[in-house]
Every structure is written in C-alpha cells, then in structure tokens.
Design a protein around this ligand. Sequence first.
Ligand code: GCO
Length: 462
Amino acid sequence: MSKDDKILKFPDGFLWGAATSHFQVEGHPKEIDGTLSDWSRWTKEEGRISDKSHADQACEFYFRFEEDLSLIKDLNLGAFRLSLNWPALLDEEGGGQLDREQVDYYKRVLSGLKENGVKTFVTLFHFCLPEALSRAGGWQNPATAEAFGRFSELVAKELDGLVDYWITINEPLAYVYQGFISGFWPPGKSHDYISAFTAMRNFLYGHSLAYDALKKFSSAPVSFTCHWRPFLPKNRFSPLDHMVRFYRDRIFNHLFPQAVDEGHLHFPQPLGLSREIRQLEGEIPGLKGKCDFLAINYYTRELSRFKMGWPIDIFGECSMENELAVSDMGWEIYPKGLYDLLVTETLPYQKNGDGTARPVVITENGYANLFPPEMADGDWSLSDEQRVSYLRLHLEQLYRAIKRGVDVRGYLYWSLLDNFEWAEGLSARFGLVRVSYPTQERLLRASARVYQEIARNNALQL
Ligand code: GCO
C-alpha cells in the first residue's frame, strides 16, 4: 500500500461537526419545575428513566455555552447542530409571541458559532412538546402540526441569517416507536399502532407547514432527520423473519422519506385492510418533494425476528441475540451498514423530484459507554479506545461511499458532550468531551483529539 493510500482525504469544504439537542444538554432553568415540556414532566415520573436521573441541569449548556463554543473551536469543528427549546420559546397558551430572553439566548449561541466560522444546523422539534400541546393530544392531534407551523414561522423570522441548515423534525419514527409502540417515551402508549400512524401523518403535515414557514424568511436548506438502520432477518432461512424484516424496514426507514417525496402516505399491505389505517392514507397537501438535503442519523443495525402470538404482529421484534461486538447500550457495531445505506437503501432519496441531486449530511453517528452520573474526577472513560475505533471505522465507510459518488457534505458526531440520553438518563455517555456532572467539568477524551486531527486535516489517516 503506498503512503498516499493510508490517507483518506475528504472533499474540500467537507463539514466536520458535532450534534446536540436542547433538552439533552441545556439544563434550561425552567425545566426544573417539570412543567415546561412533556419530557420535563416525564423525567419526574417514577420508573421512566433507567438510572433515575433527570435533565434539570444536564450539562448546563444554557449557562456554559461560551465555554463549549471554545471547545468547538479547539476541536477545529466547522459545523454544530442544536435544537430549539420550543416550550421555552413559545407559551402556547400565551399571546403567541416568542419569549425575548430565549430568542436572545439562541441569537447569542448562533452568532457565537457563526463568528467562529461554524455552520449552524438547527432542529425545530427534537422530541419535546410544550405541555399545553401534549395535554391536547400531542402529535395525535393535527392542531399540534399547525402550532408547529406557526412556531416555525416565528423562529424563521427571528433567526434568519444565523441558520445554515434547518431540520424540522428529528427522527419522527424513533419518536412514534418509543412513544406509541415501546411506551418508553411520552406519551407512554404501548403497541398502539393506530396512534403511532396517526402521529406519523401529523408529523408529515407539520413538516410541510414548517418547510413553507421557513422558506418565507430563510433561504437555508430544509430537511428532517431519519434514524436509518439496516434490518436483517435473525434467521436468514426463516420466511417469517424475512417478513418481519420487510415490514420493519418499510415503516422505520422508508415510510417518512417516501411520503415526503411522493406527497402522500401509504402503508405496506396488508395494513391497508384496516379501515382506521386506510383513513390515514392518501395525499398530504403541499408535502410533495419538501426536502432539500438528506439528513441521516446512523448508529447500528437490527436483527429482526417473528414473534409467536395472537393476533399476529407483522412487526415482530428486535432480536436481543447479537452477532457482532456491541456498545454499552447493546447496539451492534456495524460500520458497513453506513456504506450500504448510502450506496443502496437511501439512493432513491438522493434525488429531488426534478432529478437534480439531493446532497446528504450524516447528522448523527456515535458510540456510548455507560458510567453513573455521580462519576467525578479521575481517568474514567478518558482513554475511550472503543469510541475511537467506532469513529474511524465509520468514517472509513463514509469515505468509501463518497468515492462511490455519494454526495455527502458533512458528518456530525453525536455528541459533542456527554448528555441526557432520554430513557437511559445521564449514564449513557456519547460525548467526545466527558462531563463530570457533580462539577460540570469538561475534559477531552482521546476520541476528541482524534476527531480534532481528522477535522484539521480533512482526512482520516489509516
Ligand atoms: C435519537 C436522538 C438523539 C439521541 C442519539 C443517541 O436518535 O434518539 O436524535 O437525541 O440521543 O441518537 O441515541
């Protein structure tokens, strides 16, 4: 192998960044009383969070963002993703105007990033609903989609010029799966497919309204993120496992992007035999083609299998018998899945309706270790070899896909900092930068320094 072969040079201008979300990092002062959003309330309910932690302080990004902006700069990052705290920005029962203090906070954060030459990715909905909308049915209610459209217009007017990439909704399928099928997230319904599919339709409606609202005031590209994962049958010789794999793939991966590109929602047969599901199908006015770039969150693959029981559930279940090495969260490490998604699975969505190319951004990819929230000083987790290996192996596959002609514009590592990992709480640590929660001290892990060099050189050294 020649010397040059050992250096994988990424395209000029490739964006190296990191991703976060407001609830997971901010520790917004209003979260503490548990009434701001459905997630504030959820973390206070017994048994909802596996390590009994909450996000009242999280990593105090709300108060420490200047310190964290300097971390972003030190790591040579050219992009940063955050989400807006909708419940803090807009009292849905109030006069319909944005809270000035919150607007100023986001203007300071986004201006700080822009002044340092960092491109900004802003997510409008990252899992947290204003409590008033949650009480009125949340995403099962089309009124929430309309409120989301109004919210989008208000923030687009205020933040225009500070946002380089808009993301309307983060991972709609992960949200409806956890909220209506597994029940691990608000509103905590289990196996309620009708509610899940109703929420899906309203998410598509909300995305369409938000897209139009953003375009009124901003020329920045607009998309939504999907949590893409390859599904494989646990038993390659089982027709039932293949059936389950097919339905999980069609719904979890393709339902949302396909509906956006086609402008209407259709469920794979025989789901259409249900009258309630048939009533959810059909055109969503104004939706068709409203996606300016493809935003892919990738972590792992899933081995799917049929589950005996009555009535038959064509969605089966995820096998818990892993075949590959796993992270501390039990997620298989499958770097080739990223390559396969880019060169095969997502290919139909890398083109706009007029046939022009639709660029791709990897908006999340990361590796978690588990350490209790009370960990303070010491060397724990700083030499994170597994995360370094995960990062390098996935970037190698990303490079392969780019060499195959996939127009990938950037990669945002999840996450800059350890943060609140939803039902897993503060113990699940994804950060390039370690957070010792008792002191809020930040320390760079080995992976941060590896990523810093990759970003500096715009290249991966094998
Ligand atoms: C998600 C969200 C992030 C997660 C990250 C790790 O996919 O759930 O986008 O908020 O924290 O993906 O699970």
